[in-house]
Design a protein around this ligand. Structure first.
Ligand SMILES: *[C@@H]1O[C@H](CO)[C@@H](O)[C@H](O)[C@H]1NC(C)=O
Ligand SMILES: *[C@@H]1O[C@H](CO)[C@@H](O)[C@H](O)[C@H]1NC(C)=O
Ligand SMILES: *[C@@H]1O[C@H](CO)[C@@H](O)[C@H](O)[C@H]1NC(C)=O
Ligand SMILES: *[C@@H]1O[C@H](CO)[C@@H](O)[C@H](O)[C@H]1NC(C)=O
Ligand SMILES: *[C@@H]1O[C@H](CO)[C@@H](O)[C@H](O)[C@H]1NC(C)=O
Ligand SMILES: *[C@@H]1O[C@H](CO)[C@@H](O)[C@H](O)[C@H]1NC(C)=O
Ligand SMILES: *[C@@H]1O[C@H](CO)[C@@H](O)[C@H](O)[C@H]1NC(C)=O
Ligand SMILES: *[C@@H]1O[C@H](CO)[C@@H](O)[C@H](O)[C@H]1NC(C)=O
Ligand SMILES: *[C@@H]1O[C@H](CO)[C@@H](O)[C@H](O)[C@H]1NC(C)=O
Ligand SMILES: *[C@@H]1O[C@H](CO)[C@@H](O)[C@H](O)[C@H]1NC(C)=O
Ligand SMILES: *[C@@H]1O[C@H](CO)[C@@H](O)[C@H](O)[C@H]1NC(C)=O
Ligand SMILES: *[C@@H]1O[C@H](CO)[C@@H](O)[C@H](O)[C@H]1NC(C)=O
Length: 822
């Protein structure tokens, strides 16, 4: 009997050993060589050494191949003794002791309250905490309050004003020395709080103040929220801090101070850490351009004096040393009150550390307040949400004012105070422009009033004679539109469209799309529209059509062409879209003269925009729309060259599946169609990814991916790109029309992404989410691409490497022709 008990006890002991523990108690210390592992096995805590003889207590990721330290307890006091252990004393002190109980390092828990029955526990978040009881309600002490160089999800970066705790990140001195280095990422709480990167106590970079949803200087945050990040900024009388979270806990990410003087975000890709974001990332570092100047990394020179200012030392300035900055041409005249303001558009706000914030003021009140105070040098909105509110007033020199490009997100109006003479000289040139704008506004206003009147009148008369024409949102779809805006899609009558398009005259014809001709039109107060006149046989039943159109109208995204209305009259079926001033991408891309207008910056902007639009279609909208005909002619450009995807959802209207089976016609365009789709009509989000890859390579090379059945695959785009890639000469792919500056690494990254997207096997291709991720990270580590899928005649010797649907690739030309019917 006792033998059995002993045996059971032994088994229990062995089992207990197999499960790593996550707590230390006064009776159970942690010896050198043992590990604490958090309950979900994400983090581990133990002793480590980077140089022989120097021991540290640290936390790292438990489950990944790279031992990445996220926290070091005793970074300044390495332990040199052997046979040490981490203990918690009965009064709650965490300490590293030798075998004879000499304390080598220790931290006190909560100084105010007595800690009873202390337990130290490593949580799943990576937080190492001391609690009074094992209840995790309140912590007597936590490692999250003493960050080293890494900010994990849920950690706070900033101040606890009640306790005076300042949580900041300080880089390791070197790869092997965890002691504090020069680089520090901290919350600067003077004035309007902002994140600041210091390098040896010298400011190097600022995030700009928090202006509602993100930091004014990090507009890309708004796109990161789409990939699962959420950001938090708290500024009240108790605390001022920033923190972030990741919705998918299995994606590991960390923000850290790098000893090269940068703040960086890394994301674990499964094999390595990939650099997702890194600041500063361009020449516009703090102080580069001195005071009263703007910095634009894409301009040449990057620094410019603000209007009304001139270089302090023109010799230095002309030599490219801009640090002296600029000074006023004329002194302010506060006494007589003649000063005025000049607006700087799309500005990253200047250093706010000496600014004052009043969230109750409007922009107008802000202006008056500034004019009243002689030391005020500029002002802006403190919050940009809902049209802007609140007031920031600068009263010292304007430092570190940066500019965003027109088509970049972010930036806001900043108002610089100037003497009356300087404003006059500046507005002189723009006076005529102002006059024109004023006249236009007045005329526009009159027109608006007029049309408003007309519409009202018409609506009234309609009410009596015509049954409901302005249809409400679709009732059937009420539940399934989660995450999407409810829209009222107007039914526009045929007569209006006749007038708008001048009876569908040929002058108004914009082009012939896959589903019918598209006309330009003008309605109301000159609002421009595009009218797509569907050919009658391309649409199935009217009811299904209406349902689909309502669904398509709910797909709203910056990178999708917006559907504004529709029209059904007898056999006429029309869709009304917003008009895109710059037409379609192919008209630029494949044109020798217009191609030069697409510099690399713009092309990259298009690559990124289309990725976002497609990601939205695939994933962010509830509908999960597969485009099926993504190509350069379906990318439209607005007046600022923002790309917008058109013709999405058309496959739904025409009920593509049935068309394939009935007419054997595949929706799509050769050159852009993935092999599995062209051959077999198998489509998935991955066939869109393929088309996107082709588009990316076309944008880089300026060449059209034509060529079905070429006997020499390397003569057409994908084959050529693949060949150059393998020979390490892929920069030769670049369109010779891109003459101005381009970033080699950006181009290389895009070629790499393009090749990943056109891989033969759909399962090898990345999802659009990964693609968006890769585009956004500044230095992603990407897998090696495999051979692209060509729709070309194959040698019988060449077998497909793709596991699925192998037989598909051995079809002959005739089969394909039969399938396409084009
Ligand atoms: C950690 O790795 C082990 C095996 O390597 C695996 O069984 C476990 O699921 C992983 N845990 C997490 C949280 O990824
Ligand atoms: C707790 O106990 C340790 C040693 O047992 C001692 O060094 C330390 O001062 C004590 N801390 C407090 C807050 O009393
Ligand atoms: C380490 O310390 C433990 C007691 O804390 C002791 O039993 C053991 O002999 C020591 N080992 C060495 C190598 O000193
Ligand atoms: C404890 O051991 C260390 C060496 O590990 C020694 O230097 C120290 O004097 C010892 N202290 C006591 C109280 O024995
Ligand atoms: C811990 O608290 C004790 C008593 O208040 C104090 O003497 C000691 O210096 C503290 N230790 C640390 C590391 O703060
Ligand atoms: C902690 O545990 C002790 C004894 O187990 C108990 O008396 C005390 O109320 C507990 N405290 C809290 C905060 O739960
Ligand atoms: C970072 O935090 C430490 C400890 O709170 C503090 O001594 C240091 O001054 C802080 N650095 C900055 C730049 O705020
Ligand atoms: C979370 O990310 C992992 C790895 O990237 C992925 O496999 C998983 O599907 C994601 N889970 C959710 C709910 O998105
Ligand atoms: C610091 O940044 C450089 C360049 O981005 C990178 O190679 C290096 O690994 C980073 N250091 C750490 C400790 O992450
Ligand atoms: C204010 O106006 C008066 C009269 O126009 C002028 O003489 C004076 O110089 C002005 N003051 C300043 C500070 O410019
Ligand atoms: C002008 O602004 C400065 C800085 O914000 C402030 O200290 C001063 O009190 C203000 N003066 C007046 C008259 O409001
Ligand atoms: C803010 O004020 C301090 C102290 O007067 C000064 O040293 C610093 O240069 C000022 N910063 C800016 C950006 O004006």
């Amino acid at each position: 009997m006792s033998q059995i008990t002993a045996c059971l006890l032994f088994i229990l002991l062995v089992l207990a050993q197999a499960y790593a523990r996550d707590t230390i108690t006064p009776s159970e210390s942690l010896n050198d060589g043992d590990l604490l592992v958090s309950s979900d096995e994400t983090f581990a805590l133990g002793f480590f050494s980077t140089t022989p003889g120097h021991k540290y207590v640290g936390i790292w990721y438990n489950n990944i191949s790279v031992k990445t330290k996220v926290w070091v307890a005793n970074r300044q006091t390495p332990i040199t003794d052997s046979n040490v252990s981490l203990v918690i004393t009965s009064n709650g002190t965490l300490a590293v002791t030798t075998s004879n109980s000499t304390i080598l390092w220790s931290v006190n828990s909560s100084s105010s309250s007595v800690v009873t029955n202390p337990v130290a526990k490593l949580l799943d978040t990576g937080n190492f905490v001391v609690t009074s009881n094992s209840s995790e309600e309140s912590f007597a002490w936590q490692s999250f309050d003493y960050p080293t160089d890494t900010l994990l999800p849920g950690m706070k970066l900033g101040y606890d004003l009640r306790t005076g705790l300042n949580r900041n990140l300080t880089a390791w001195k070197s790869e092997t020395d965890p002691s504090p280095g020069d680089d520090c990422v901290a919350m600067n709480i003077h004035g309007d709080p902002e994140l600041t990167v210091f390098f040896g106590y010298v400011k190097r970079w600022r995030s700009g103040p928090w202006t509602g949803d993100d930091f004014n200087g990090i507009p890309e945050m708004s796109t990161y929220t789409k990939t699962g990040f959420s950001f938090k900024f708290v500024d009240n009388s108790n605390e001022i801090y920033y923190s972030y979270d990741m919705s998918n806990k299995s994606i590991l990410t960390r923000l850290m101070a790098n000893n090269t003087g940068r703040v960086q975000r890394w994301v674990w890709t499964g094999q390595t850490w990939s650099l997702f974001w890194s600041m500063p990332n361009n020449a516009c570092e703090y102080g580069k351009c001195g005071a009263y100047s703007t910095c634009d990394p894409n301009a040449s020179p990057i620094c410019a004096c603000l209007d009304g200012f001139e270089p302090k030392s023109s010799t230095n300035w002309n030599l490219g040393d801009w640090s002296d900055g600029c000074m006023r041409k004329h002194r302010l005249d506060c006494v007589n009150g003649t000063d005025g303001f000049l607006v700087v558009k799309k500005a990253m706000l200047p250093d706010t550390s000496n600014s004052t914030v009043d969230r109750s003021l409007s922009l107008d009140q802000c202006r008056t307040t500034c004019l009243r105070n002689c030391s005020c040098t500029g002002y802006s909105n403190a919050d940009v949400r809902n049209g802007g509110s609140g007031c920031i007033i600068w009263s010292t020199k304007i430092m570190d004012l940066r500019l965003f490009r027109l088509y970049e997100y972010g930036g806001q109006d900043f108002f610089v105070r100037l003497a009356a003479q300087d404003i006059e000289s500046n507005s002189h040139e723009s006076k005529t422009r102002v006059a024109i704008i004023t006249v236009c506004t007045v005329v526009g206003f009159l027109l608006l009033v007029l049309t408003g009147y007309c519409i009202l009148k018409r609506k009234k008369s309609r009410g009596t004679t015509v049954p409901v024409y302005y249809s409400k949102t679709d009732h059937n779809m009420g539940e399934s539109n989660g995450g999407m805006k409810d829209v009222e899609l107007p039914l526009i009558d045929f007569g209006t469209l006749m007038t708008a398009t001048n009876n569908f005259s040929t002058e108004n014809l914009l082009g012939e799309g896959g589903f019918g001709p598209v006309y330009k039109g003008k309605i109301g107060a000159g609002q421009e529209i595009a009218v797509k006149r569907l050919s009658k046989d391309s649409v199935q039943g009217i009811d299904e059509f209406k349902n689909e159109v309502m669904l398509i109208a709910k797909l709203q995204h910056r990178n999708l062409v917006r559907l504004q209305g529709y029209c059904i009259q007898g056999e006429e079926i029309m869709l009304i879209y917003e008009y895109m001033a710059n037409g379609s991408l192919d008209a630029f891309l494949f044109d020798k003269s217009r191609g030069t207008l697409l510099d690399w910056k713009t092309r990259f902007h298009i690559i990124a925009g289309v990725a976002r639009g497609l990601l939205y279609l695939h994933q962010d909208s509830r509908l999960r729309v597969i485009h099926r005909d993504l190509k350069a002619s379906n990318i439209l450009l607005d007046k600022d060259m923002n790309p917008k995807i058109s013709d999405f959802g058309m496959a739904r209207i025409s009920a593509g599946d049935e068309i394939i089976t009935k007419t054997r016609r595949v929706v799509g365009t050769y050159g852009y169609m993935s092999p599995e789709y062209a051959m077999d009509g198998i489509f998935s989000v991955k066939s869109d990814v393929y088309s996107y890859g082709v588009l990316v390579l076309e944008l880089i090379s300026g060449q059209k991916n034509r060529g079905v059945f070429l006997s020499q695959p390397h003569l057409y785009l994908l084959g050529n790109a693949w060949k150059l890639w393998n020979e390490g000469r892929c920069l030769e792919l670049i369109d010779p029309l891109i003459s101005s500056y381009f970033s080699q690494s950006e181009v290389m990254k895009c070629i790499h992404i393009g090749l990943l997207c056109v891989q033969e096997c759909p399962e090898d291709r990345p999802t659009m989410q990964s693609v968006a991720f890769m585009i956004d990270s500044s230095d992603p580590s990407l897998p090696k691409p495999k051979k692209p899928g060509f729709i070309a005649k194959r040698d019988s010797s060449e077998s497909s490497s793709c596991s699925t649907k192998k037989e598909l690739y051995s079809v002959d030309d005739e089969t394909i022709t039969a399938v396409t019917g084009r």
